[in-house]
Design a protein around this ligand. Structure first.
Ligand SMILES: [Zn+2]
Ligand SMILES: [Zn+2]
Length: 251
């Protein structure tokens, strides 16, 4: 299994997961033109994407979903609440239910419910059916629940949100209401909250850690990198960024 990102952050997210003959796309917050440009370097034909999995309705994840799916006849999977919030009423999608795995080609996908200020937000765990490796994606989460700790333990790879540094958010340029939303229980994970998750889950099989959705205003890649390197039993992180995402990483 391998993973790549076309971009990660509040201006747009799109993540590729590939195994065997199966290519999945998680979210697309980019216009069709930008998505097509950004996809070029990964040498994937957009028409070969087997499914798009939409986590939630916020524009940085959903902004380019419907147009992309229509343009290339890509099946869209999402929760009912997300579909109601963002899709055109006539748009046909396939329903995801938290806790119920689906199989698409060579990959099994488990949707996991998370606390976030959206209708029915989901994050995902991908299971490579033949070899058994597991990859988790966890962004846009307001706080760590017991369910998240249980679900994201014993993974081989994890893409994890490190959204903000608490002090930088506090002193930063965001208006007070936005600070409260981002830092609240249904906002985003701070560096401290994500480190706490890494301490609470079993990381003994984790050989790939990607820090993602890093705020350009309220955090820095250098801070995140230094914090993660202080932990024992956690691999040196790959840092996803808004402009370039990251190149293919094999798991
Ligand atoms: Zn969100
Ligand atoms: Zn987001």
């Amino acid at each position: 299994m391998r993973i790549a990102s076309l971009g990660s952050g509040s201006k747009g997210n799109a993540t590729l997961v590939q195994h065997g003959d199966t290519t999945l796309l998680v979210d697309n917050g980019f216009s069709l033109r930008k998505f097509t440009q950004r996809l070029e370097r990964f040498e994937i034909d957009p028409g070969s994407i087997d499914a798009l999995l939409l986590t939630h309705e916020h524009g940085d994840h959903s902004g380019g979903v419907e147009r992309l799916c229509v343009a290339h006849s890509i099946p869209l999977w999402t929760a009912v609440g997300t579909a109601r919030a963002v899709l055109s009423p006539q748009f046909e999608y396939r329903r995801l239910v938290a806790g119920q795995s689906i199989t698409i080609g060579d990959i099994e996908v488990l949707p996991v419910t998370v606390p976030h200020d959206a209708n029915e937000p989901l994050q995902f765990i991908f299971h490579q059916i033949d070899i058994g490796k597991r990859l988790g994606i966890l962004t846009d989460t307001g706080h760590i629940t017991r369910h998240i700790v249980d679900s994201f333990s014993c993974l081989d790879a994890l893409l994890l949100e490190f959204n903000y540094d608490s002090e930088m958010l506090e002193r930063g340029p965001y208006p007070e209401m936005l600070k409260q939303r981002v830092g609240g229980n249904h906002g985003h994970l701070s560096n401290d909250q994500s480190l706490d998750l890494l301490r609470r889950i079993d990381t003994s099989s984790l050989n790939c850690l990607i820090a993602a959705h890093i705020s350009e205003k309220n955090n820095s890649a250098e801070i995140v990198d230094a914090l993660i390197r202080q932990l024992d039993a956690v691999p040196v992180p790959v840092l996803a960024n808004q402009e370039a995402g990251f190149d293919w990483i094999s798991i």
